[in-house]
Ligand binder design. Structure first.
Ligand code: DX5
Ligand code: ZN
Length: 222
């Protein structure tokens, strides 16, 4: 089943608790939390304190997307704050295997993110250790950008490869996912759809989650 992961990056921060409850009530399985450091990406967002404060109000699976240099410095803090899963970028670490082990030692699942231009080759020998691969469908740093269609063949190749391996590793797509692009990503093999603007920039975020799921499920039935 396809999972919907609303990204709080586009939420109204003045009423974050309420916004998170809305998407939880709408049936989203995952809450995507974008952490940006102003170095790896030009933008800044939140830290573990915010994760801790929403943890008390939500039972959603917390999917922390680290867009930070030296990700190993932040693993324990996000675990303590209540993260269920951490994804870090391949481009940010020389010791990818070690960081994956650190995440797992803290009782969380682990994912690697790849920028649109980064080939799949770099994860070939660590695929068995991963619970998720996040394929960026925009350049990381900002919400509300346009889906990059050139990533579609990358989703297809990874999907086929994981099927051959009979792997349970999931493919998450992140960036520019909306009612038009969600079915395209699902058709290519995505399992988890991150959606920021397509949920929280809508007048009714609850209905937006329901519609995204319908769009994703319409592909499965084909
Ligand atoms: C971008 C972030 C995304 C962002 C997606 O760097 O990683 O998670 O929230 O936003 P939309 O869905 O608006 O493209
Ligand atoms: Zn993200």
């Amino acid at each position: 089943m396809i999972q919907i992961a609303p990204s709080i990056l586009s939420a109204d921060f003045s009423r974050l608790g309420e916004q998170v409850r809305m998407v939880e009530d709408a049936g989203a399985e995952v809450l995507h939390i974008d952490i940006m450091d102003g170095h790896f990406v030009p933008n800044l967002t939140f830290g573990p304190a915010l994760v801790k404060s929403i943890r008390a109000h939500s039972r959603l699976r917390f999917d922390v997307h680290l867009m930070v240099e030296e990700p190993e410095r932040y693993i324990t803090d996000f675990a303590a704050a209540g993260a269920d899963h951490i994804t870090f970028h391949l481009e940010t670490s020389l010791h990818v295997h070690r960081v994956i082990q650190q995440i797992k030692e803290q009782g969380m699942t682990a994912g690697i993110a790849l920028n649109p231009a980064t080939p799949l080759d770099g994860i070939k020998y660590i695929l068995e250790d991963l619970d998720m691969v996040l394929l960026m469908t925009v350049n990381p740093g900002f919400g509300g950008q346009k889906f990059i269609p050139n990533v579609i063949p990358k989703i297809q190749v990874l999907h086929r490869h994981l099927e051959q391996l009979e792997s349970a590793c999931q493919i998450e797509v992140d960036g520019g996912i909306n009612l038009e692009t969600a079915p395209v990503a699902v058709k290519a093999g995505a399992h988890i759809l991150v959606a920021g603007a397509a949920v929280f920039a809508q007048s009714d975020p609850k209905q937006a989650v329901v519609k995204l799921r319908q769009a994703a499920d319409s592909v499965n039935k084909e």
